[in-house]
Design a protein. Structure first.
Length: 471
């Protein structure tokens, strides 16, 4: 990526833009406001079409620039940028930060030179045609992409981030497809602003191969008198979305944690009220719902609704010791797969998983839950487990050794689980997080024991700090 693209302010004369383009030897100049936010772009085509034949050199650039400009976020994935440029026949595309400020320029010929033929084929599959049938091909390609990246020793948390991004992209494309269909069918535009959120592993950016649906809607506040006109639109949209996601391969949630359920489809004000109720009335049901909800992230629509809700949640949960204590209590049985003398403990239930390690339930889950509790107590807004560990270390809650062991444990556990899931899929077995100890090398077993011991120590620490019980 070119980190120093040509950027000129608004109101610049066209002659100055042409001079800058010529001096820098580039084919485009970006136009930004005083705060660095992108407003438009002037390309060689604009020079030929508008300036050379129609405008004088003193004409202000905003009169001839192309706007709005298609951009990509600086934290997005390269495959997404390549696919967008190829689909839109773009030779370059600006990268912007969260505030819309230009941070660089991607040039198609440069990124294509870095991409292998295999990667290009996978990108084409991951950006299939905009239809439910085409998106099914996108979902199917995930295993192939994960396998390729795993074989190239890409850290599994990065692969999880990519899998999450692909799933989020499926959400976006399905919603864009159905919003267009509904408008053409006479439903019109959404009656109020909408933000679609995902929860659980998707909200943490830690998806494995086949997550189910955990989604909800945050709606802009509106008067109660409008409910009869507003809610039917979003009931219809939620139904279409969840059915299509199921057809694509993101299965329906067995616990009904989906926007089709009114519990997960609320206005911003109603969500804030819901959070206050959960905090006031911690019981097994509200604690289970909180546990699902607290890791939400936005995947489509008006992201500021999600940002405002995250800020509200973070501020109001911080310091709620009684609530967090109850949350820890219902998680007390979620121990690690270690027995006496540090031996690995396997599933004893008769069936296909007997004698195997459930590394998701007795490995990752205790780590995710413990770091979440500490992050909520400290007012940390991050949802990803590694990000929470890093933030807790920055605050001095975790020392350097704890951070190192816990982060390493997360990397090792996710690697073992993803490897097992890829193998299950390729061998035609049910994809799961059950790993046979016989499939592990001695080094992997030693690393697993060290990881589980570190997680168990964290659980003991959390128990002590939240209950003052040292036994």
């Amino acid at each position: 990526m070119d980190l120093a693209p040509a950027i000129m302010p608004e109101h610049t004369a066209c002659a100055e833009v042409i001079r800058a383009m010529r001096e820098q030897g580039g084919s485009s100049v970006l136009i930004a406001d005083a705060d660095g936010r992108l407003k438009g772009i002037v390309t060689e085509r604009d020079v030929v079409r508008h300036i050379a034949y129609q405008a004088s050199g003193s004409t202000r650039v905003e009169q001839i620039m192309s706007a709005p400009v298609l951009t990509i976020r600086d934290d997005d994935y390269l495959f997404h940028a390549i696919a967008t440029m190829r689909r839109r026949d773009l030779r370059h595309m600006p990268a912007v930060d969260k505030q819309g400020r230009v941070v660089g320029m991607l040039h198609l010929h440069v990124v294509l030179a870095e991409a292998s033929a295999t990667l290009m084929e996978q990108i084409d599959r991951l950006t299939h045609e905009e239809s439910v049938e085409g998106l099914h091909q996108v979902k199917s390609a995930q295993v192939e992409v994960a396998d390729t990246l795993f074989a190239e020793n890409v850290p599994v948390p990065e692969i999880q981030g990519l899998l999450t991004q692909i799933n989020n992209d499926i959400y976006r494309r399905i919603l864009e497809l159905f919003l267009k269909d509904m408008e053409e069918e006479g439903w019109g535009q959404p009656p109020v602003k909408l933000c679609v959120i995902v929860m659980g592993s998707g909200g943490r950016g830690e998806s494995f191969l086949f997550p189910d649906q955990d989604n909800g809607f945050i709606l802009e506040d509106y008067p109660d008198s409008r409910h009869g006109a507003v809610d039917p639109f979003f009931i219809e949209l939620a139904g279409r979305m969840t059915r299509a996601l199921g057809e694509v391969g993101i299965t329906l949630c067995r616990g009904n944690v989906m926007a089709t359920n009114p519990l997960w489809r609320k206005t911003l004000g109603q969500w804030c009220g819901q959070i206050h109720y959960w905090l006031r009335c911690p019981n097994p049901l509200t604690l289970r719902l909180s546990d699902i909800f607290f890791d939400f992230r936005s995947v489509f629509g008006q992201h500021e609704l999600s940002d405002r809700l995250r800020d509200h949640l973070t501020r109001n949960v911080k310091g709620q010791h009684a609530f967090l204590q109850e949350m820890r209590r219902v998680q007390a049985d979620h121990g690690v797969a270690l027995g006496l003398f540090g031996r690995l403990t396997t599933d004893r239930t008769p069936g296909p998983n007997q004698g195997k390690l459930n590394l998701k339930y007795h490995g990752l889950l205790p780590l995710v839950e413990s770091t979440r509790l500490l992050a909520l107590r400290e007012g940390i807004p991050e949802t990803g487990t590694l990000a929470r560990i890093a933030a807790l270390h920055a605050l001095g809650v975790l020392d350097a050794n704890e951070q190192d062991y816990l982060s390493g444990g997360f990397h090792h556990l996710t690697r073992l689980i993803l490897r097992q899931q890829i193998s299950d899929f390729q061998e035609g077995r049910e994809v799961s997080a059950y790993v046979s100890p016989r499939a592990l090398s001695m080094r992997e077993k030693d690393m697993l024991k060290n990881s589980l011991q570190a997680i168990d120590a964290l659980r003991d620490r959390v128990k002590t700090e939240f209950t003052a019980d040292v036994f």
